[in-house]
Design a protein around this ligand. Structure first.
Ligand code: BES
Ligand code: ZN
Length: 453
C-alpha cells in the first residue's frame, strides 16, 4: 500500500461505522446534564486521533476540554497546518420532529442523519481520516499537522481565545484550515470568503411587582409585553434596515468584484423560497437574497417570553417580558460597539413605567478571508481533484467567532472549506450530511495536505 488515496478507498466502510460511534455520543455543550457525554466525546476523539498516528492530549479548560493532536515529523522547514473543528453539538429539541433519533445515526437517501453529522463532528472527522490515510499509507504527512478540537463552539467558545493565546507557540502555523460550513450546491465545492459576526442579547422588561388582573389594572399600568413589542418594533425601518443610530457606521460596502461574483452564482430564488416553506421572502430593500445573507447585517428576535401562553384565555397583565435578540454583523462592525448602540437605543425608545435590562450573552467578530494566491490555488486543485469541479467563492451568513481570533493571535490566514450541503438542517431536527461528501471530503483534504506542502 503506497498512497493515501487507495488507503482511503479500502478504509471507507470501516470509517463509516466509526463515524457512527462518534455521532452516537450526545456532546451537547449547552446542557450540563451532558457534561459527562461531552467529556466522553473528547476522550473518544483523543483515542481516534492517537490511533490515526497523531500525538494527542486532552487539555482541560474552565469549560469543556480541548483535544489536541499533533504530528511534527515533516520537520522545521516544512509547512505547519492547524486544523480547527468542534466536537460539541447543539441541543436536539424539538425531539418529536426528528424522523430518526438524533443520536442514532441513520442513512436515508444518501444522507447520514444525526445531530452533529454536518455541524461539526462529521466534518472534523474528515480531517482526522485524511491525516490517518497519509500516515498509515506512507508513514508520514507532507506537512506538520496540528488538529485542535474544541467542545464549546456552540456556546460561543468562551474559553478558546485564552487557550489560543496561552498556547501561541505550540499552535504557530502557516494556515488554519476549517471545515464547518457548507458548499454552495451539491457537487459544487466552495471556498468561503466571509462569515458574519454575532452580538447576542437578552432583553428583560420589568413592569409591576407581580402579575395583575388585566381588567382591574390594564390601561393604568404599563404592560411589559406591550412595551417589549413596541421596543422590538423600533428596531427596523420600512426598508428593513436596522433603525439604531450609528449601527451602519462601521459597515464596509463590499467591493464590486465580490458583488459581481455573488451575482454570477447559480442561485435559484424560487427553490430557496420553496426550501424554507415561506409564502414570500423578505429583507433589506436594495439587496439580493445572497447579498442580504452574506454582506448585510441583521437583527432578529430569537425568542420571546411573556404572560400566559397555556390553553385558553387568561386575563392577565404580566409582570415581566423577555426577548432574545441577536444581530448578525459584517465587517468592520464590532459586537462591543453594537452593545453600546443597542443600549443607547433602548434608553431612547423604552416607554416610561417599565425598566429594561440587557444581558450580553455572547458575540464574535465578522470575518473576511485574506486568501493569498498560493492558499487559494492549493485549495482549488485539491477540490478539483476530489470533486472534478472547480470551486466557487461563497460567503456565509452564520458565524464562527474564533476564525478572526486565530488570524489575529497566530498571524496565519484561515482557509474555510465546508462539505455539508445547503439545507443540511444545522441546529434543526433531521440534521444530515451527504454520504457522497464523506468520501470526497476525506479525499479533498488528503490532497489539500499535499497541495499545501
Ligand atoms: N457551523 C456553524 C457556522 C455555520 C452556520 C456555518 C451556518 C455555515 C452555515 C457554527 O457551528 C455555528 O452554528 N455558529 C453559531 C455561532 C455560535 C457563536 C453559537 C451561529 O452561527 O449561530
Ligand atoms: Zn453550529
Amino acid at each position: 500500500m503506497a498512497d493515501a488515496q487507495s488507503y482511503i478507498a479500502e478504509s471507507l466502510p470501516r470509517w463509516r461505522e466509526e463515524l457512527d460511534e462518534f455521532l452516537r455520543i450526545p456532546s451537547i455543550s449547552a446542557r450540563s446534564e451532558h457534561d459527562g457525554d461531552t467529556r466522553a466525546t473528547a476522550e473518544w476523539l483523543c483515542d481516534r486521533m492517537r490511533a490515526a498516528g497523531l500525538e494527542t492530549e486532552i487539555i482541560d479548560t474552565p469549560g469543556h476540554p480541548v483535544v489536541l493532536g499533533e504530528w511534527r515529523g515533516a520537520g522545521p522547514d516544512a509547512k505547519t497546518l492547524l486544523v480547527y473543528g468542534h466536537y460539541d453539538v447543539q441541543p436536539v429539541e424539538p425531539l418529536d420532529e426528528w424522523t430518526s433519533a438524533p443520536f442514532e445515526p441513520e442513512v436515508r437517501d444518501g444522507r447520514i442523519y444525526a445531530r452533529g453529522s454536518a455541524d461539526d463532528k462529521g466534518q472534523l472527522y474528515l480531517h482526522i481520516k485524511a491525516a490517518e490515510a497519509h500516515l498509515k499509507a506512507t508513514g508520514s504527512l507532507p506537512v506538520n499537522l496540528i488538529i485542535l478540537a474544541e467542545g464549546e463552539e456552540e456556546v460561543g467558545s468562551p474559553n478558546l481565545v485564552p487557550f489560543v493565546e496561552g498556547h501561541r507557540q505550540r499552535l504557530a502555523s502557516d494556515a488554519v484550515i476549517i471545515s464547518d460550513s457548507s458548499m454552495f450546491a451539491p457537487g459544487l465545492p466552495s471556498l468561503l470568503f466571509s462569515l458574519r459576526g454575532l452580538a447576542y442579547f437578552e432583553v428583560h422588561v420589568q413592569g409591576p411587582a407581580s402579575d395583575l388582573h388585566s381588567g382591574s389594572y390594564g390601561g393604568a399600568v404599563v404592560n411589559p409585553a406591550n412595551a417589549l413589542a413596541h421596543i422590538i418594533s423600533t428596531l427596523h425601518d420600512q426598508d428593513g434596515r436596522i433603525a439604531i443610530e450609528g449601527f451602519y457606521d462601521d459597515v464596509v460596502e463590499w467591493d464590486e468584484a465580490t458583488r459581481q461574483a455573488i451575482r454570477e452564482l447559480p442561485f435559484d430564488r424560487d427553490e430557496f423560497q420553496a426550501s424554507v416553506g415561506a409564502s414570500e421572502l423578505g429583507g433589506e430593500t436594495g439587496y439580493s437574497e445572497l447579498e442580504r445573507l452574506w454582506t448585510r447585517p441583521t437583527c432578529d428576535v430569537n425568542g420571546f417570553l411573556s404572560g400566559y401562553t397555556g390553553e385558553g384565555a387568561k386575563t392577565v397583565l404580566p409582570a415581566r417580558a423577555m426577548a432574545k435578540i441577536s444581530f448578525r454583523l459584517v465587517s468592520d462592525q464590532n459586537p462591543d460597539r453594537v452593545l453600546e448602540l443597542f443600549r443607547a437605543h433602548l434608553s431612547r425608545v423604552t416607554p416610561t413605567g417599565v425598566t429594561v435590562t440587557v444581558k450580553d450573552l455572547h458575540g464574535g467578530h465578522p470575518w473576511k478571508a485574506q486568501l493569498d494566491e498560493s492558499l487559494k490555488s492549493a485549495a482549488t486543485s485539491a477540490l478539483e481533484r476530489a470533486f472534478g469541479a472547480t470551486p466557487v467563492l461563497v460567503g456565509e451568513g452564520g458565524s464562527i467567532p474564533i476564525v478572526g481570533e486565530f488570524e489575529r493571535i497566530l498571524e496565519a490566514p484561515a482557509l474555510l472549506i465546508g462539505f455539508s450541503h445547503p439545507g443540511c438542517n444545522l441546529h434543526a431536527p433531521d440534521e444530515w450530511f451527504p454520504v457522497e461528501n464523506f468520501e470526497k471530503g476525506i479525499r479533498a483534504l488528503a490532497y489539500l495536505y499535499e497541495e499545501l506542502a
